[in-house]
Design a protein around this ligand. Structure first.
Ligand SMILES: NC(=O)c1ccc[n+]([C@@H]2O[C@H](COP(=O)([O-])OP(=O)(O)OC[C@H]3O[C@@H](n4cnc5c(N)ncnc54)[C@H](O)[C@@H]3O)[C@@H](O)[C@H]2O)c1
Length: 435
């Protein structure tokens, strides 16, 4: 078994080195595994990254965290302390393997067999591309991009990852959660017939906000308060609601051909909230005529709802991240109900399954393409609400509308800037052009 694993890790390195596929440069350095320990690099040492590293280090595989990268020293230091306190024997990240800055990711990726990509999503295409180029197995958080050019990069790198047999798991953890897996299996076996409609929701009170501090450059401010800037976050329809939209696509086993919707800023109107909306209502229309309604909002003091319902020609279903998964026939008779107790934590399951496959030398996971397509569904939802136009999938996917800054440095300027009062331009349907 160990030999098989060593072979597998070495084969990935050889592929990256262009020995078997010659279009990529070998990153060099400590690249191929010298023993059977699986070496991990964490790129983006924030809340989720620290959590993902915690989960990776909690698997039964023989693993070590060997490199860390973050844009900011304080975020990296905090994460390093938490992880090294908790996993004394499994964190081996000397100071010269803790990298800070916009180019930190390349150096950390080079030292690992598996990389955890957990920065804000605007950087994911660049980081995923690099990890694939260097021949690494990958866990990456959703969203995988925030605009059409980013999605195209991820789709292209996903195809190369498949050729190289690099396992790629994406943190759409409902795909690794038992109630969803059980219900989806039954839907795909025809339990409720063809899906003709549905409703998916992420209605909550919203998330954190970071105030501007004296001495910050515009780039640092946007990087710290990243949730509210589209080049980093993609708006909350992409950043959060993608989870539920992904379930719609999974249930339909397809992606929408067109999307239309409406949205605005009703609650978060001040200058601390960048440029994003706080509500989106979107219709996803599929090629067979099915329409799934998607709603997300960040309003304090209103009802919370995060779940999915779908109607089929022979019955209906209800699903939620709280382990619920119920199927009924048309008469209302319950066909299946997933047990609410005794369920594994899907955040742990995605790492358990990924590291088990890598440890056995198996190629089992290629989540990037379907995740990119679900992220793109959410992105065109944003294009629809910002523009007020019907957005067609194929046309939108060709758009050259990158939100990414021309240059990356602490003094470089992002593309969207505040006015003299500190307020950012807000998209206006009918006037805003997205494509
Ligand atoms: N699957 C889930 O349920 C779930 C839950 C929470 C977050 N997430 C996802 O995880 C990602 C991170 O979210 P978070 O809550 O941890 O945010 P966070 O702000 O806590 O962490 C992001 C980290 O990335 C760092 N970073 C930013 N740009 C970087 C770069 N270019 N290179 C290296 N490091 C960089 C930041 O400094 C920060 O430490 C997001 O994509 C988010 O959607 C997923």
């Amino acid at each position: 078994m160990q030999n098989k694993r060593r072979e597998f890790l070495r084969a990935s390195a050889l592929l990256a080195g262009g020995v078997l596929l010659n279009q990529f440069a070998f990153a060099g350095g400590k690249h191929s595994s010298v023993d059977d320990t699986i070496r991990i690099a964490l790129i983006g040492c924030g809340d989720r990254g620290t959590g993902a590293a915690f989960q990776a280090l909690s698997t039964t595989a023989k693993v070590k965290l060997v490199a860390m990268a973050d844009a900011f020293q304080d975020r990296l230091d905090n994460s390093y302390k938490l992880l090294s306190d908790k996993f004394k024997d499994k964190v081996a990240v000397p100071a010269d393997q803790r990298f800070v800055g916009f180019d930190a990711y390349q150096k950390a990726i080079a030292l690992a067999d598996v990389v955890l990509l957990t920065t804000p999503p605007g950087f994911r295409p660049m980081h995923f591309e690099e990890a694939v180029k260097q021949g690494k197995h990958i866990f990456m958080e959703k969203p995988v991009a925030v605009d059409a050019p980013g999605i195209r990069r991820v789709l292209a790198a996903a195809a190369i990852a498949k050729q190289k047999k690099l396992n790629v798991v994406v943190g759409l953890q409902r795909r690794y959660q038992a109630n969803y897996r059980e219900v989806l299996k039954r839907i795909q076996d025809g339990a409720i017939g063809d899906i003709v409609g549905g409703q998916v929701y992420w209605n909550s009170g919203g998330v954190w906000v970071k105030k501007r501090e004296a001495q910050q450059t515009e780039m640092e401010y946007q990087m710290r308060n990243w949730y509210y800037f589209n080049w980093l976050c993609g708006d909350h329809i992409v950043e959060q609601h993608v989870h539920n939209i992904d379930i719609a696509n999974w249930v339909k086993n397809a992606y929408p051909v067109a999307v239309q919707g409406t949205g605005s800023r009703a609650w978060r109107t001040g200058k601390d909230y960048g440029e994003i909306y706080d509500n989106h209502s979107v219709e996803l229309t599929y090629a067979d005529g099915a329409v799934i309604y998607s709603q997300c909002r960040h309003f304090e003091g209103t009802d919370n709802r995060v779940d999915e319902t779908f109607q089929g020609t022979k019955g209906r279903t209800y699903l939620s991240a709280g382990n619920q998964g119920i199927l009924w026939d048309q008469s209302g008779k319950q066909l299946f109900s997933h047990p609410s107790k005794g369920n594994a934590n899907p955040y742990q399951t995605e790492h358990d399954e990924l590291f088990a496959a890598i440890a056995k030398g198996e190629y089992k996971f290629s989540d990037a393409e379907r995740a990119a397509k679900s992220c793109f569904t959410a992105i065109i939802g944003r294009y629809a609400t910002y523009s007020g136009q019907v957005i067609k999938w194929d046309e939108a996917l060709r758009a050259n509308n990158s939100l990414f800054p021309e240059q990356l440095s602490w003094t470089a300027m992002p593309k969207v800037l505040p006015d003299a009062n500190g307020l950012y331009p807000i998209p206006t349907p009918g006037r805003t052009k997205v494509i």
